[in-house]
Design a protein around this ligand. Structure first.
Ligand code: SF4
Length: 92
């Protein structure tokens, strides 16, 4: 796995890119950990908004900070992007 042109540290203002002017989260898809055993811990360093952390259970995702860019799912197995909303109004 080779990272190209990716930030190696979170941004200085975690979550700033996830919020719109009205405070709503701007995210079409969100990451979900589908197989914790296959998640590469180095992916913590790739998240540009500092939404990933490591605790005693493994990798944790803060959905308050995540903007849904998909870098983590691209760079690590065991993480998949899923639609933010699926329901009677459609998938978005
Ligand atoms: S999709 Fe992944 S890399 Fe992007 S902000 Fe969310 S947790 Fe971070």
């Amino acid at each position: 796995m080779v990272a190209k042109n990716l930030p190696t540290v979170p941004s200085g203002d975690p979550g700033a890119l996830a919020k719109a002017a009205n405070g709503a989260i701007q995210r079409i898809n969100r990451p979900e950990i589908t197989d914790p055993a296959r998640v590469n811990p180095i992916v913590l360093l790739y998240c540009p908004d500092g939404a990933l952390s490591l605790d005693e259970k493994g990798i944790a995702i803060s959905y308050k900070l995540c903007k849904g860019c998909g870098i983590c799912a691209k760079e690590s197995e065991g993480i998949a992007m899923v639609p933010e909303y699926t329901g009677p109004k459609g998938v978005f």
